[in-house]
Write a protein that binds this ligand. Structure first.
Ligand SMILES: [Mg+2]
Length: 280
């Protein structure tokens, strides 16, 4: 266990809401990480909240509820906050009901339609038919046509946002599949343009929206995650507590090689250590 001297370990007992990354933090593939159940139980007993945050924009929150339930973890849809929820929040700040050209899964499109946005499917020259935004998500149904039309609109100057920057998504068998960040590079290669706004971690947007929505102060929030460039950086950028667990991607060597200002405030072997801290 490691704690940056500037941040006493006792400060973690004041945290009211833990924002948990999932893969590498509470489970690895289909295996729950030891201590997860005890950690969630003690939060409930102490009247604290756990929320799950994820950059993945290919799934509906109901699919995460099912996945956790298969692992024996009870959750409700309100316990999840994804890059898609934060995207919707920001679109509503800018232009409720905006017209969108979307690179995303059917589940992603349905969510946006449900929230009052209009999905444009074709390329139009007529100004009144054109989208207000091109939105790039984790599109596991990507086609060449969608890619070509998105590039045309982006070159024409339509504002372009992405849900998250991850290059790859881990899947079973230790393999990786192309994620939104790889599509960003593909579009950059064609258009010379990158998104003007990328919603997900390391952008602090998800955390800021949660603080705004539920009224938490920064010292009452702690992000728990296994990736330095996304989980920990989002907490650093939001000015909230950051806990790196060594049960997933990041290693002690990675943390040592990170500049001080971007280091996690706390490092634990796994979520079990946070449980041990809270119960004492
Ligand atoms: Mg992770």
């Amino acid at each position: 266990m490691f704690s940056n001297n500037k941040y006493p370990i006792e400060d973690l007992k004041k945290v009211k809401c833990f924002l948990l990354d999932m893969d590498g933090t509470i489970y690895l593939g289909d295996n729950v990480i030891d201590g997860t159940h005890e950690f969630l139980d003690i939060l409930k007993k102490q009247n604290k909240r756990a929320m799950y945050i994820t950059n993945n924009s290919s799934k509906a929150t109901s699919q995460y509820v099912e996945k956790l339930s298969r692992l024996g973890i009870y959750s409700e849809e309100e316990d999840f906050f994804t890059s898609v929820n934060a995207l919707e929040y920001n679109l509503n700040l800018k232009k409720p009901g905006a017209k969108l050209f979307v690179l995303g899964t059917p589940v992603f499109e349905e969510y946006l339609i449900e929230k009052g946005f209009e999905i444009i499917k074709e390329y139009y020259n007529e100004q009144e038919k054109r989208p207000d935004y091109v939105i790039l998500a984790f599109d596991m149904t990507l086609t060449y046509d969608k890619l070509r039309i998105a590039c045309d609109y982006i070159v024409d100057g339509v504002e372009y946002w992405a849900t998250h920057p991850d290059m790859v998504c881990p899947v079973s068998g230790g393999r990786f599949i192309p994620d939104a960040g790889s599509f960003i590079e593909c579009i950059y290669g064609t258009t010379g343009k990158r998104p003007s706004f990328i919603v997900g971690k390391p952008n602090p947007c998800i955390i800021n929206v949660i603080m705004d929505k539920y009224g938490y102060k920064p010292e009452e929030i702690a992000v728990v995650g296994d990736r330095l460039h996304t989980d920990i950086m989002s907490a650093v950028n939001a000015g909230v507590n950051s806990i790196c667990v060594l049960s997933g991607e990041a290693t002690v060597e990675d943390i040592e090689a990170t500049p001080d200002k971007n280091k996690p405030r706390y490092v634990f072997d796994s979520i079990k250590d946070i449980y041990n801290l809270l119960r004492n």
